[in-house]
Design a protein around this ligand. Sequence first.
Ligand code: BES
Ligand code: MN
Ligand code: ZN
Length: 493
Amino acid sequence: MNNTFSVTLSGSDVASLQTPLLVVLLPSDPTIPATLAELDKHVGGAISAAINQRDFRGSRDEILFLSGVEGGPRRVALLGVGATSAHSWRRAGALAARTALKLGTGSLAVAGADFSPAQVESLAAGLHAGAWQYLDTKSPPPEAERKAPVASAIIAAPVSPDSKTALANGIALGTGVSLARTLGMTPGNICTPDLLAATARDVASRHGMKYTELDRAGLVAEKMGSFLAVAQGTPQEPRLVAIEYSGGKAGEPPVVLVGKGLCFDSGGISIKPAASMEWMKYDMSGAGGVIGAMEAVGQMKLPINVVGVFGATTNMPSGTAMNPGDVVRSQNGKYIEIINTDAEGRLVLADLLSYVRRFKPAAVIDAATLTGACVVALGHTATGVLGVDQKLVDEVLAAGNASGERGWQLPLWDDYSELMQSDVADVKNAGGRWAGAITAAAFLKEFVGDYPWVHLDVAGTAYSETDLGFIPKGPTGVPVGTFVQFLRTRCGN
Ligand code: BES
Ligand code: MN
Ligand code: ZN
């Protein structure tokens, strides 16, 4: 990872905090909290004046700069949290750290009313996200224009065992999210299947997890004709990776996370139009989400068994590539007619969904940048959530809501499976024009084993096409938050 970032708690009075930037976080229509009374005096009553004159109203993402304090915070800014929810604190923390990043202060402190442990956790995760930068492939500007990365942050909050645990959990989540974002941002010629596998191996070895990796020969031995059909067009070695984390009781069925890891998706022979094709480096975001979630799980030492699985390759047009009309045999024995080589993610996932049966999963959640149709339906705002086990669907929707990664359910009625029937094979890999996000899930359903399953289409939510203020244009870290929140709820942590 290219940035190291630390967050600490401080229980001392904010007026005397030695920091280049103090960001005061206040909700809508604020009153000045007791914790800031001393600071307000030091700045000549500027905070209470800004509130009373309604120069500052605490609305979401609002920022007002005040002058700083000699011998204390050198700069003071008020930042609006808006209506408070778990996610609003994460967002505020991220915007605070991004403000420090833009100023080049190198560090910052955040304060408000006494933060609860839950708020400390959200703030820590948010600060981590705001401090994230991808600098690996950009030359640094001349010395005079250089801005310091944000290396550390202080959260002004009462120090207690609970707030310390919350801080550690927030940092763990932040680290996992940042790892997923870095992998997403990394160009496809650098973020290869090999790099995804090496990163997963590193996560596994640092946290004592079992690591399994299959190459092309391994996929052949597993009879994964569906995954191999995608990989046959590229000279790069495909990788199937499984990381097993045993934090729960021995023999307890694990939750299995499955990710699509297309390090680049050109469409293959059914090649995509050139415009915006560069975004297809993000087509590994499901796999990046699995790796990021495993990192967070390892740091949190969650008392649950978890398996992270992904399939990594690239989808390329070439003399060895699969062609429309080809029929391949997947690991579960079903024959698939290739209608469109650009519907490749589902071909990889089909074999992964068969592969994970060996873990006897308690539940399987897959995440994939699977369809443009999902982006058409839900934009970049919500993840498409599909499944037939309504209990599990509800659990995943709740986890998404709680982590600020909203999902929206689309129906997966049997009617949609009819659209995937083939004349020559058991199923075809692409339906017609309509309900593309749903027919993709209907295809996956054919390969799901005897376990509860939910599919997340993160095609719109894994990256943002615009700067959203609290998060820059580019990878968002979705679905790491959903995965981790789901696991924590499952093990009551
Ligand atoms: N990776 C794409 C889906 C995608 C599109 C993700 C836009 C993010 C933004 C996927 O492999 C794909 O190409 N899907 C096709 C399926 C179609 C050929 C049935 C699509 O959505 O057009
Ligand atoms: Mn595709
Ligand atoms: Zn794809």
